[in-house]
Ligand binder design. Structure first.
Ligand code: NDP
Ligand code: MG
Length: 391
């Protein structure tokens, strides 16, 4: 449909801004109908004035009431039921999940059940809830990955037979500490970790990129999105992040997707599929010149960045481990940002949470969410006791 009617969850965040840039540049193709965020009422207010949606939601109650005092142009929503109403609204063609955390899992299920097209950046939701989300995907073009590596793999797989996929590679820039040694890593500050060499992202995913946990979480995400075994999904370092994903087929062919590292490109391919947009309409996206392309790949150093090894182990064991990993990582990253633990302690906390767990695999989404919460609680308890010991 032209224009395509969009509900954007996570509108005030980093990925949300990329999606809005595409909508801003192509108003004849995309129309924002609903905007959703958590608590940034001021930014939401600005977005409402610019995009004139029919409704906006802030999932934080207090922020929603502040937003109501700021403007009277649109309906303001706030509850989980409201979110379900938004993503299943008959006016909506396409729901974009660009929120962080796992709060949007139920809305993601509802959107798929309502046969909406879905673009998904929110990797935590897939890692925690894939067994209860992926079976709801009805059409091959319904779920479009926005995470840049998965978006690249998705593009490479178009028109291909899944049975001919041997393995896939997700590239990583290596983060700001690619060339550090163990000793230097101990003195890394949150400011240093947040200064990513290639991507400008939210806090959580920036720290995860620096520890390589982001790549680990993405391995699990890819396994579920593309229905692959853990042995078929590999991580590889590509400084500069020009190549985003590679597929090796059974005949030995490597198909890879390369582009300027900019989330607006991933957003554009997902929103405009099966067409493509002319992105020269957007400022600051320099197309790659073929003549200046030199790409090198390196294996990641799992000794220096143990988070990647921990996530690969969770991918191998599945069961409760992906949810535990996400819960423990969320708390450990938060503690690092608050300067309660050091950079190298992030992986130690997660390792202890994973190794002290021997419960069963979750049978339902609710059980998976309980395990996620246990991962958080155990990480908090470990950090508290380390604090008491003065470590
Ligand atoms: P940000 O922290 O920049 O933004 C998060 C967004 O989610 C904000 O709009 C925030 O609202 C909203 N939000 C948070 N909690 C809720 C909730 N409970 N309900 C509704 N909305 C909520 O994150 P990023 O944009 O960096 O990342 C978003 C997701 O995309 C993450 O899952 C991340 O892993 C993934 N991703 C990010 C990439 C990037 O380049 N940044 C690349 C690939 C994937 P508010 O501002 O009001 O708090
Ligand atoms: Mg990514």
């Amino acid at each position: 449909k032209n224009p395509c009617h969009i509900a954007l969850i996570g509108a005030t965040g980093s990925v949300g801004s990329s999606v809005l840039d595409i909508c801003r540049a192509f108003p004849e193709k995309f129309k924002i109908i609903f905007l959703v965020a958590h608590r940034n009422a001021l930014k939401m207010n600005d977005l409402i004035h610019e995009f004139h949606p029919i409704g906006a939601a802030l999932t934080d109650r207090e922020a929603a009431s502040i937003l109501r005092t700021l403007q009277s142009e649109v309906s303001v929503y706030e509850t989980d039921d409201d979110l379900e109403y938004i993503v299943t609204h008959p006016e909506i063609d396409h729901v974009v999940f660009a929120s962080s955390g796992t709060a949007a899992i139920k809305a993601l299920q509802k959107a798929l059940l309502a046969d909406k097209n879905v673009s998904l950046a929110n990797k935590e939701s897939i890692v925690v809830a894939a067994p209860w989300v992926m079976p709801l995907v009805r059409r091959t073009d319904q779920l479009r990955p926005l995470d840049s590596e998965h978006n690249a793999i998705w593009q490479c797989l178009q028109g291909e037979d899944k049975e001919t996929v041997e393995e896939i590679y997700l590239t990583a820039s290596g983060g700001p500490f690619r060339t550090y040694d163990q000793k230097a890593l101990r003195h890394v500050t949150p400011e240093m970790a947040l200064a990513h060499p290639v991507w400008d992202m939210g806090y959580k995913v920036s720290i995860d990129s620096a520890t390589l946990m982001n790549k680990g979480i993405e391995i699990i995400e890819a396994m579920y999105l593309f229905d692959l075994e853990h042995t078929q999904v590999k991580a590889v370092i590509c400084p500069g992040s020009i190549v985003h994903g590679i597929v090796r087929f059974t005949d030995g062919t490597l198909k890879m997707a390369a582009s300027t590292p900019d989330m607006r490109l991933a957003a554009a391919t997902a929103l405009s599929y099966p067409g493509r947009l002319r992105l020269s309409a957007l400022p600051q996206i320099m197309p790659l010149s073929v003549h200046s392309l030199t790409v090198q790949f390196y294996p990641p150093d799992e000794k220096l960045f143990p988070c990647l090894a921990l996530a690969k182990e969770a991918a191998r064991k599945k069961g409760p481990y992906p949810s535990l990993l996400v819960g423990a990582d969320e708390v450990a990253v938060d503690a690092f940002l608050r300067r309660e633990i050091s950079f190298t302690q992030i992986s130690l906390v997660i390792e202890q949470v994973l190794s002290s767990y021997n419960d069963n695999a979750p049978q339902t989404l609710e059980e998976s969410l309980i395990i996620l919460e246990r991962g958080r609680e155990r990480a908090r308890a470990l950090i508290r006791s380390a604090g008491r010991c003065g470590k």
